[in-house]
Design a protein around this ligand. Structure first.
Ligand code: AMP
Length: 184
């Protein structure tokens, strides 16, 4: 059973790798960005509250995210493992996750950090062409990453649960290393 947290800046290939690995390990790939995009497209209350933050590259408020992830992790398919992608995004979300997992008698195996240099990220994100992938929003997302999400690297390193992987390589090579690390 695998329970993994995927860290790394926007454009590092987190989503792609998390999805491939989740398929191999047969656990759900839980991406808060994907869940939010579905909520926006379905015009749910959550989606309507989240949209402007997403469009500007800001973080959606913790309370909304925490409720969403609690609900998702309590679904039965998440009983036997998961890969979290895009959550936690700041230290208070990470503290919440620890609390929630304790409550439901779960732990995680490790946090995997995909490392990619800034200039490569911008090129990759511009090529991706998602709605929130224009240059100004990309810069804002990277700033938010450095200010709020990057501190999680130390958070998990201090707990000796951090695994860093060079994400600036061909996709297959990164996947192979991840497979080895997670002993698939
Ligand atoms: P992503 O697909 O992970 O790049 O997320 C897209 C956008 O969704 C982000 O720029 C944020 O606005 C929002 N988002 C996704 N996950 C979170 C999170 N854990 N906390 C706050 N906002 C989030």
């Amino acid at each position: 059973m695998a329970r993994l947290i995927f860290l790394g800046p926007p454009g590092a290939g987190k989503g792609t790798q998390a999805q491939i690995l989740a398929g191999l390990l047969q656990v759900p790939h839980i991406s808060t960005g994907d869940l939010l995009r579905v909520a926006v497209s379905q015009e749910t209350v959550l989606g309507m509250k989240a949209q402007s933050y997403m469009d500007q590259g800001e973080l959606v408020p913790d309370l909304l995210i925490i409720e969403m992830i609690r609900e998702r992790l309590l679904q039965s398919d998440a009983n036997n493992g998961w890969i979290l992608d895009g959550f936690p995004r700041n230290v208070s979300q990470a503290v919440f996750l620890d609390k929630l997992l304790k409550e439901i008698d779960q732990t995680y195996d490790s946090a995997i950090n995909l490392e990619v240099p800034n200039e490569i990220l911008i090129v990759r994100l511009l090529a991706r062409g998602r709605k929130d992938d224009n240059e100004e929003v990309i810069r804002r997302r990277l700033e938010i990453y450095r200010g709020h999400t990057e501190p999680l690297i130390d958070f998990y390193r201090d707990r000796q649960q951090l695994i860093s992987v060079d994400g600036n390589r061909p996709m297959d090579e990164v996947t192979d290393e991840l497979k080895q690390l997670t002993q698939f």
